[in-house]
Design a protein around this ligand. Sequence first.
Ligand code: C2E
Ligand code: CA
Ligand code: CA
Length: 536
Amino acid sequence: MADLFELAPAGIALLDDDGRFVDANGALCDLLGYRLDELIGRLDVEFLDPTDSGGGLVGGLTRSSGELLVPHRVLARSDGASVPCQVHAAASVRDDGGRSWLVTFHDITEQLARAMTLRYQATHDELTGLLNRRGFQDRLAELLPPDKPGSVAVLFCDLHNFKRVNDALGHEAGDELLSAVAERLLAGLPSRCEVARFYGDEFVILLRDLEGNHELDSFVNSIAELFRMTVPLRRRQVQVSASIGVKVVEDSGTDVVALLRSAESAMLDARVRGQARSGIDHDQLTLEQHLREAISRGELDLHYQPVIDNDDNVVIAEALLRWHHPDLGPLTPDVVLAVASRGGMLADLDTCVLRIALRESRSWKRRDGVPVKVAVNLSGLRPEQPGFADVVRSVIRETGAEPSDLVLEMVETVFAQLEPEQRQEMNDLVADGVQFAVDDFGTGYSSLSVLKELPTQIIKLDRMFVCGVGTDPDDLGIARAMTELARTLGRMCIAEGVETSTQHQLLRAVSVDAYQGYYFSRPIPPEEFRAYLAGG
Ligand code: C2E
Ligand code: CA
Ligand code: CA
């Protein structure tokens, strides 16, 4: 029996009736980190951790009950570490009639850790570390019924665009997006909130200690703001936002499942209302597919708007995109560009427009035989991309146009960040005869030194400044300064958005080189533009 006592893998001790150690085996000495002689004679309570539930191991009322199983005591090791143990104590009566205690100790550190992991896994979302549906329902159930009606609210939030990200960029990108959202929520939510991810892109927020509807409104707004973010994914900037449905817990009769269901249906309502308002969000996927097909078949419409010089001749026509959607009808460029941008097809769109514009411009004839250039706006096709000049050249070649037929318009911010070799690509195109125009000049805050360095031949004065010419002396002053600048730098200056004869006269007086705007012509379809040219 003595050998068995020493061999047993569990810690075993013999205690007297006061709880003093009389003997202990090697396993217990190892467990506590003490030698046997350090244990003998000392009280059991001296080896308890401060976090233990208290009382001696064999003390108190239980002493008379003969046998006692305490599920979970916390002992303190000699090095200060705490050891959770399952402790078993049994009284035994000695020959002299006195009582001793036989106590076994099982270290349950690992068991507890495993149980905690299991519990964590059952209640948390693996991807984001947020609560999952079950964890959330548990927390919500603890708060029901609320101390005060209306003091607890559930927000059901569903991301816009998530399916699109998943489909277009892959599930890993989708997961990254969800993690980014979770991180932001964790960092930004006040401490009286719990947040969970249910399924896919559904995030659910629990708010307690609510002071009333007024506070709720501002809270919901701040949550919507938290969701509004831009996440860089696969070299793209993905815009995130969410539809939010709110359910306030009013009475004690509501159960967790019913609450969640009504918060979810509030979210769906919000979603439908939101779509009816924005239009663009409406079925983004199909819009995108349609646009992709239209681009690959070259089925985009261009309208042309003439640019008139000081001799009243058409020198350039700007190609402006019009897309006739089979169901939605004609769409303006800003809508088309937004769809293309979200679908990552801006460069394809630009190439397609370039091809159509160069092809259609070949049939343009001015009465005096002088060629009219075509101006194409570029937003996706950019000089900083490798192969930019090659794409432009190959479209010129393929359409049989001359490089000198072409003007490429870009906003100043595109030019501002170019490396020397990228600038060189532009210079090579310029040497071929292509011209570059800085579009919307004056709106991009680029420095004049940048402007000076750029291989651009044309500056287009933004219509924001033109529209005040004739009414606002400052605008005329700006127009004068801009043309002065253009002349100094040897650039041609075109005024955009000229709508009245007065504007035209005044701009002429400050030596603008050419004009574009409704005063001369709106953007018109290709046949009409040909007739406009032929009519002189
Ligand atoms: P933008 O390059 O500044 O084009 C001029 C815009 O001003 C056109 O709007 C034109 O219709 C409008 N406009 C012309 N004259 C007047 C006028 O007298 N008064 C007023 N109020 N507006 C005038 P649009 O066609 O809606 O195009 C908007 C923007 O969309 C363009 O601005 C351009 O940045 C972009 N865009 C248009 N077509 C294309 C394209 O094919 N490719 C790319 N990448 N962007 C395009
Ligand atoms: Ca333009
Ligand atoms: Ca412009």
